[in-house]
Design a protein around this ligand. Structure first.
Ligand SMILES: Nc1ncnc2c1ncn2[C@@H]1O[C@H](COP(=O)(O)OP(=O)(O)O)[C@@H](O)[C@H]1O
Ligand SMILES: [Mg+2]
Length: 268
């Protein structure tokens, strides 16, 4: 069985609205699969290479112009609220900026309780059960309910808030997380901790994770497989270590050289 498959997926945007004339091929003939075994797949590429568009299609937020996406053997197609809820039980997003994911006027624990109520199978959990579910999810990201209870988003650091966002994504017990640049807004010193967390979630919860980043270094450490995208196309793919130890494509080599140069100048 395959968990996720993209088969010759192309996405063309019309820029300038419905009547705009300029067509942009954001994603061009992209195919890849995630198997049933938990896996971390990194999608790496510079800005504008089509990574977020791939994420949006996997999340059912936008439809491909051509090609097909399947999740657990079914075409990803979301036309109603009920379909969206059902799909989001299995596939959860983690966004780039946790401060945008949370309303600044709402206490963060509310989000966890609401998710627990909205997504639990069977009977709606009561307050106590919702708290228990929230606490369990927070434990998986190295936090406790005690630590975040009653807090507003700005009372937490970017790293903590991103952990809360990941905890929330875990509550529906999804099979796949799609994390689009999840650490780019997080302090450099805390990035590795969050990325390592993905490795733990994979082994402890059997989650598969699509980790989208322009940061080759974190991708190298955490991912099983890697896809390198450029201008909407996959230019290289394979086991992460193999690809990054010895990139074949000129562009992958340039990406790697840029990372090494940044490291040596003390920026990276
Ligand atoms: N909603 C949209 N409408 C029009 N063009 C878009 C839209 N979203 C993305 N694009 C264009 O598609 C290309 C790929 O963008 P994106 O998927 O966001 O890349 P990445 O996440 O790798 O930076 C870019 O040229 C971008 O301007
Ligand atoms: Mg993007």
């Amino acid at each position: 069985m395959t968990l996720l498959s993209l088969s010759h997926v192309t996405k063309i945007y019309r820029q300038g609205g419905m009547l705009g004339r300029r067509l942009i091929t954001a994603v061009n003939d992209v195919s890849f699969e995630l198997g049933d075994e938990p896996e971390i797949l990194s999608i790496v590429g510079e800005s504008g290479s089509g990574k977020s568009t791939v994420a949006a299609m996997i999340l059912g937020q936008t439809e491909p112009s051509e090609g097909a996406l399947q999740f657990a053997g079914k075409t990803v197609a979301i036309h109603s609220r009920a379909e969206r809820t059902a799909f989001m039980k299995e596939v959860q997003p983690v966004l780039q900026n946790p401060f945008e994911a949370f309303n600044p006027l709402k206490r963060v624990d509310r989000y966890l309780f609401e998710t627990a109520r909205n997504f639990s199978a069977g009977k709606r959990p009561d307050r106590q059960q919702a708290e228990k579910m929230a606490d369990a999810a927070l434990h998986h990201v190295g936090l406790t309910l005690e630590e975040v209870k009653g807090r507003f988003p700005h009372e937490l650091s970017g790293g903590q808030l991103q952990r809360v966002a990941i905890a929330r994504a875990l509550i529906p017990q999804p099979r796949l997380l799609v994390a689009d640049e999840p650490v780019s807004m997080v302090d450099a010193s805390l990035r590795m901790a969050i990325v390592n967390l993905f490795g733990r979630l994979k082994s402890e919860l059997g989650l598969s994770i699509i980790y989208i980043t322009h940061d080759l270094a974190t991708a190298y450490y955490v991912s099983d497989n890697i896809i390198i995208m450029r201008k909407g196309e996959i230019v290289e793919r394979g086991r992460a270590r193999t690809v990054l130890d010895d990139p074949q494509h000129e562009y992958s080599r340039a990406l790697k050289d840029a990372v090494l140069a940044a490291d040596f100048s003390g920026v990276g």
